[in-house]
Design a binder for this molecule. Structure first.
Ligand code: PMP
Length: 332
């Protein structure tokens, strides 16, 4: 089972319009066995914990997650005979919650939008459950070095190999920061520092200088409750690896994935839209010799009740005419 994680394909995206002649590729992470980029860290974190003696036969894996890490861990836990408790925010799509349960994991749902210090915040609840459960182990993706390391050891080398060393720009969302930090560090090292690493970030997320207001794209960026006193950035995010971070609105992200599905037959999730929208901006600036690779973290199937549901979009005002959004879509 776990050999079906990694070695995902690169797909060249069709681009059109002025200045769009740079090649843009999407790394199709939804083709990992559990359906997202987070399978890679699910496997790596569990293997490291087994190696370090933190997770033993009969043990319980516990994690706070926006869904995909819970899913990746639940899949690997099922394959290896561990129990799993996933603490998910009630903002996670119903498809992800159902899939975590399908792997036999216990799901604890907590309200989104509570301050980080609050005992009912997903991360505090997960830490407490891990502590109170005999044989419990908290995966802790936000601060676990095995998270960026998984990408340093797999995602980065795969992209280098698949582009024959021609990649010039990596574009990735930043949630825990593991993907961009590990993949980016590998690609910088192997290219002698020439590969540019660009973060794609929901527009109000703090990583791109936003005020931390909530946004709709799941699992990317970092939002901050107004009452949060001290805002701690994850240790899995290595800021020195990242050259710049581009803010992308919810509307740009959502319209981009809808067009990718309708015009290129590529059904990917909201954060993939954030990454592709940023990749198109980078490609337009970089010129025809550039080779831009965007990480597309998961499938649109996980969001059929959200970004691909017209009623949901209409209710939230995303389908109103917006010339700026239309321009981004037009470039896809
Ligand atoms: N997009 C999706 C759909 C994700 O599940 C995640 C992981 N939370 C990310 C983007 C961000 O990846 P990372 O945590 O490695 O920064």
């Amino acid at each position: 089972m776990t050999e079906l994680i990694g070695n995902t394909p690169l797909l060249r995206l069709r681009t059109s319009g002025e200045g769009q002649s740079a090649a843009v590729y999407g790394k199709l992470e939804y083709l990992n066995a559990g359906g997202s980029v987070k399978d890679r860290i699910g496997l790596r974190m569990i293997e490291q914990a087994e190696h370090d003696g933190l997770l033993r036969p009969g043990g319980t894996v516990v994690e706070a997650s926006s869904g995909n890490t819970g899913l990746g861990l639940a899949m690997v836990a099922a394959a290896r005979g561990y129990r799993m408790v996933a603490v998910l925010s009630d903002r996670a799509s119903s498809e992800k919650v159902a899939a975590v349960r399908a792997f036999g994991a216990e799901v604890v749902l907590k309200a989104a939008g509570v301050p980080r210090e609050h005992p009912e915040h997903v991360m505090n609840a997960a830490a407490r459950i891990a502590e109170e459960t005999p044989g419990g182990w908290l995966a802790g993706q936000y601060d676990n070095p095995a998270n960026p390391e998984a990408h340093y050891l797999s995602t980065g080398p795969e992209i280098w190999r698949q582009t024959g060393g021609r990649i010039t720009h990596l574009v990735s969302c930043i949630g825990t920061g593991g993907t961009i930090s590990g993949t980016g560090r590998y690609l910088k090292e192997v290219s002698g520092g020439t590969v540019q690493v660009i973060g794609a970030d929901p527009a109000s997320s703090v990583y791109s200088g936003g005020d931390g207001r909530p946004y709709f794209v799941e699992a990317a960026g970092h939002w901050k409750h107004p009452e949060t006193v001290e805002d701690v950035w994850p240790q899995s995010y290595h800021r020195e690896v990242v050259d710049r971070v581009l803010p992308i609105t919810d509307r740009q992200s959502i319209l981009t994935i809808r067009r990718l599905a309708r015009e290129q037959g590529l059904l990917v999730g909201g954060s993939a839209g954030t990454a592709v929208a940023a990749a198109l901006t980078v490609a337009a600036e970089a010129g025809p010799e550039a080779v831009v690779v965007a990480i597309l973290p998961d499938s649109g199937r996980q969001y059929l009740t959200k970004y691909f549901d017209d009623d949901w979009l209409l209710r939230l005002g995303f389908l109103d005419g917006d010339p700026a959004a239309a321009r981004v879509g037009d470039a896809v």
